[in-house]
Design a protein. Sequence first.
Length: 229
Amino acid sequence: MIMRRRNVPARVLLALLAATGLVLGGTAPAHATQRDSAPAATPGGIDETIVFGRKLIVPQPYTPDPTTGIGPNACLLKYHEYDPTPGCGGFTLDVTLHNVRSQPGYLAGKYGGHNWFKATADTARTFGCRTADGTFDWSTAFVVRTERTPLLSWYYYADPGWITNMFRGNPERDFGPQFSMNFPAVKVDCAPGTTPVQYGLKVTDIDVSIEGSDVYGTTSWHHDGPFYG
């Protein structure tokens, strides 16, 4: 998995926002983009909304190539990819922060400090084999799980200075950090006449946090989920 983060000045006014959508291959049903909200930890604090999804692409049959970032079986994230690459699958997490403009640090002209926003999640991917008639064979199913997995900050979009600058320059909108996750490849062995597939993705216990910010404080927001892809 390759994802490079560049040191871009916090006050750069570049906002590259991709359109929201969701694509999931396989026999599991596709789910719409999912939203959830978390309240402020203290009265008058910052509350938050997340959007889980944007794009999920998994090759079907599941034959990912962990050595390439090009083509339908690609597994590598490249710098100029604005969604998780096709191949090993992945998801994005867009966060919107509310009531930022009323915070004392914001009113005092602060920009948020140097500690970036972070996010973690628990994930479970179900794999197995699909028969010739398109039925998922549950006797072949297995689950690959991760716990408290750090999500990748999406370029400089998790930089509090950049986020604060967007708040100051666009008074009609709210903003927040953006994250992504691209999974490593998994080996799925299937009998002749059947096809390896990723049946589905489940994400739970999403935490978004920041520490020691002169605008956002030391704050965390939790989302139980589950979120499906």
